[in-house]
Ligand binder design. Sequence first.
Ligand SMILES: [Zn+2]
Length: 323
Amino acid sequence: MKCLICEKTNNVKFLSDYKLEIKEDTKYFKNAKIYRCEECDFAFVDPMPSPEDLNYFYEKVYRSNGRPPYLISENYEDQKKHYLEDKNLSYLIYLTSLIDLKKIKKLYDFGGGDGDLGYALKKKFPNLELFCTEHDSYCEKILHDRGYSNLKDFSNLNQKFDLIITTHSLEHITNINDIFDKFKSILNPGGFIFFEVPNCPKEYWNGRPYDSPHLHFYTKKSFEKLAKIHSLEFINFSSSAYSFDKDHLNQKKSQNDYYQMKSSIFSIGNLKKFLKRILPSKFISLRQDILQLKFIRSEERLNWFVNNTGDNCYIRGVLKKNN
Ligand SMILES: [Zn+2]
């Protein structure tokens, strides 16, 4: 088995069977196993799902209603407000401290969902031009309304950008070296890459409820290797967000909620779904605003603004292409 970063075989060992979040997804992920390269402290799935299965999964299944993390469909007014949430605000303060955004003209978001980060940046840096590659049919409207040009053919991209952002996408792909090769070719000299992915050292593997749909599992060392192989300079590396324990609890909860909703039509989730259908969307939005007020003084929020605690469940960084 060849490591997908260093491409050597001698340090790769079987780590675990692949654990599915939703057992019906076995039709996309088949009989996958996880292997780990000790040299890169990086793990990956083998065999990878076929490109056809994966494209179908991300276009039609992943963000469909009734599945975690989108158990209950959201109205458009609420979807539009996500860019003001703590997670996105923590990206803003991190990025604008490390990169002079006044000098960035073209921003490209790789797999950015609704494009919250670029949209928020453009509010403060109106000269930014927003581009992305996002195949998810559930994001099409919001990306269009926010002024993104969605360039769907990633492998044939031939424009150049000053900043590539990619948050929680690199763990969903099948070959990181191919993606980094392409990133380098579409980045202007002096351009930057900002990434965030789940943090997967041994604390991640102990007690994790499931792996899917992630296919790559990174650590600090994996990104140091990647930066070296692709001649990129590390401007900053940080770990972020809540603890591994809290992350595992959240994952278990969303998995349980899914199976509960499926097993009983009288579940709380289904009741909420029903109310959403019959109540006016303005009322639902107002209720969301009130719920957010309760959250404003919650200690939970510290998780989004304190980095490098030693047990953060995400890692992020800024890389620079020097020539
Ligand atoms: Zn390796």
